[in-house]
Design a binder for this molecule. Structure first.
Ligand code: MSP
Length: 636
């Protein structure tokens, strides 16, 4: 029996969980259930990240003391996971005293290894991301490159971790373990960061106290990310409960969202190297979900409680939809319309009908699992496809290609329906001399359904159990039973209600209706989706002609442009476009700039205004004008 240790990120408890936060946990649950099904000794960990400025501020805003606020929110996460039938073995809270002691122990160990020193941190901090940023990393206008919100300038005497020392060992590890970080495009992003060199990171804060105290350093609390990452070790007993820790460490997979990859694939492994622990086997960074095409946000009113969705559609159905429709690793949209389509097509029509038609005919004609018979006609094709599906299913599940695994499984479900049409058992039932053939056909169908129900177990545990009940399969489900022919003859078969109800989209009212759709005002100004024309008019956009362009020394990102704004004269603009353009390409271009932006200094250079550019992932293109027009012309 192998062991398998799977983790989710620990969730900030500044707000309540939504379908985006439930996504990682549901996928982790699918993996945990699959590994148990394979026979592994599984430890599945989730929890809450309760320290740091963001949680502290949220408690203050809620008018509660921080401990009470954390207790309440942690309970909301814990009870949500229970309601969603998440089978986590551990639930860690970073305010657990045991965890806090481990964090201190861990950091002291890093210190004893010469990896922690005192210094001054001068730079930027993004509270929503709890992240430090350097000048060169910010977007124009002092914006966080990860979440797009304004950052704060901070200057503090801090303790630093010598991350730079681990750049070469990390590069070596990445090269020797090509699937350490997945998907490969996320790995490549990390490789690019490593190749560019690593800076040491600040690991303490002094301006607030909601955190783990830094040992022997009064006034310093340990940076929330260092505290949080250590949860993966502390939750399984490090350093005191060596037996459990040694049983499960290293983690087989840390599941995370793409925006926290750097912490998990660079900082955490370096911390582990510093204290001499083995690295996790894999970090899998998934994409982000939108809901009905929109970013999930409280102010839009679409950050709904995932319970609501499961109450209306069913827990298994939501799990199936998330795993089938959202390609794991990529960004995806949780669309209620697509969900309904999946329910009607894949669940009610394909799977539901297969079970319904088959059990009805068995109950009518035999009442029990009938005898198998000699192979005839499409039988071999069905058996061969079932065997091949088992193989493909495991391939998909072990490589985290869930969509693929489910698509393969549904090929079998659909073929089984086709098999009914080809063999026409309802006709066989009318001819007593064909009773043996009818028995064989129905046996083959029941056996296919049994295999499908087993393969469905990790994704749709309740449906899987319900189907097995209808076939009176009593054995504890295990991957060992994924072999053709194990269904016991004579087992009573139950017909039962249809497994899934069809939904008529014309009569159906959706669960997720945004405030905008309801015609309500959004509450939070900061994140409002809509602005008025007057608000837009405050931004003065003008056409500018680039007169000169030059890279800024010591900056990989920034370029300074001299632009002509016609009657407004010439001025300098600093833009983060140096990775995307050569200075010569820009001279003479007619671009669009925000003319009335407050002046700012970037890397010592004055910037008066901002150019407009479009970016997606790694790509960035500046906005130019379609044809000739006088510089200074207004854009509206
Ligand atoms: N506390 C840190 C993690 C520390 S782990 C040592 C954190 N918390 S978080 O609450 O902000 O995010 C937790 C997880 O939820 C992340 O993996 C994040 O990607 C995921 N999601 C939050 N919103 C999401 C979507 N809209 N879509 C998919 N996942 C997203 O970061």
């Amino acid at each position: 029996m192998g062991k398998f240790y799977v983790t989710t990120p620990i969730y900030y408890i500044n707000s309540e969980p939504h379908i985006g936060s439930a996504y990682t946990t549901i996928v982790a649950d699918v993996i945990a259930r699959y590994r148990r099904f394979l026979g592994d000794d599984v430890f599945f960990l989730t929890g809450t990240d309760e320290h740091g400025q963001k949680v502290y501020n949220a408690a203050k805003e809620a008018g509660k003391d921080t401990e009470t606020f954390c207790d309440e929110l942690a309970e909301k996460f814990r009870s949500l996971w229970k309601d969603l039938k998440i089978t986590n073995d551990g639930f860690i809270r970073t305010t657990d005293p045991q965890h806090m002691k481990t964090v201190q122990y861990f950091v002291e160990k890093m210190m004893n290894n010469g990896d922690v020193y005192r210094g001054v941190y001068r730079g930027w901090y993004c509270v929503p991301c709890e992240s430090y940023w350097g000048d060169e990393e910010l977007l124009e206008g002092n914006i966080c490159p990860s979440c797009g919100r304004p950052v704060k300038r901070i200057e503090e005497v801090n303790y630093f971790f010598r991350l730079s020392k681990y750049r070469d060992p990390l590069l070596k590890h990445f090269h020797e373990n090509p699937d350490f970080v997945e998907p490969d495009f996320r790995r490549n992003e990390m490789l690019r960061i490593l190749e560019g060199g690593l800076k040491d990171v600040s690991i303490t804060r002094t301006t607030f106290s909601w955190g783990v105290p830094m040992p022997n350093a009064p006034g310093h609390v340990i940076y929330v990310w260092i505290d949080a990452l250590i949860n993966y070790a502390s939750a399984i007993g490090y350093p005191h409960d060596t037996e459990i820790f040694q049983r499960y460490w290293p983690a087989d997979v840390h599941l995370i969202g793409k925006e926290i990859n750097r912490f998990h694939s660079i900082i955490w492994p370096a911390m582990l190297m510093s204290v001499g622990l083995p690295l996790p086997k894999k970090v899998y960074a998934h994409g982000w979900l939108t809901v009905n095409g929109q970013k999930i946000s409280k102010s839009l009113g679409n950050a709904i409680d995932p319970r609501r969705l499961t109450e209306v559609y069913g827990n298994d159905v939501i799990r199936y939809y998330l795993l089938r429709d959202i390609v794991f690793g990529r960004d995806g949209d949780f669309s209620e319309e697509n969900l309904i389509t999946r329910i009607n097509a894949d669940l009610a029509n394909d799977l539901g009908n297969l079970v319904h038609r088959t059990t009805a005919m068995v109950v009518q004609n035999f009442g029990r699992v009938p005898n198998p018979g000699p192979m005839e006609g499409p039988d071999t094709q069905l058996v061969e496809l079932a065997t091949a599906t088992v193989h493909r299913y495991h391939e998909g599940m072990t490589s985290y290609r869930f969509t693929q695994a489910l698509e393969n499984l549904w090929e079998l479900v659909r073929f089984a329906n086709k098999y009914i049409d080809l063999t026409e058992p309802w006709k066989l039932a009318k001819r007593p001399e064909k009773r043996e053939r009818l028995s064989a056909v129905l046996y083959n169908l029941l056996e296919t359904i049994r295999l499908v129900s087993l393969m469905l177990l990790p994704v749709m545990p309740d449906t899987s159990e319900e189907i097995r009940k209808r076939l009176s399969v009593e054995e504890e489900p295990s991957a060992q039973q994924l072999k053709w022919g194990l269904l016991k003859r004579g087992n009573p078969v139950v017909h039962g209600e249809p497994l899934f109800e069809r939904i008529d989209p014309a009569k159906w009212s959706r669960v997720i209706v945004t405030r905008q759709e309801k015609g309500e005002e959004n509450e939070e100004r900061e994140e409002r989706a809509l602005i008025t024309i007057d608000e837009f008019k405050k931004v003065k956009l003008r056409v500018a002609k680039v007169v000169a362009a030059e890279r800024i020394e010591n900056s990989r990102k920034l370029m300074k442009l001299k632009v002509n704004l016609g009657e407004l004269g010439e001025r300098q603009i600093v833009a983060g476009i140096a990775k995307h353009y050569e200075p010569e390409e820009l001279v003479g271009k007619l671009i669009v700039v925000v003319e009335n932006l407050q002046p700012a200094k970037l890397m010592g250079e004055e910037s008066r205004g901002m150019l407009l550019a479009a970016s997606k992932g790694e790509f960035l293109r500046i906005l130019t004008v379609d044809g000739e027009i006088e510089p200074g012309a207004e854009v509206s």
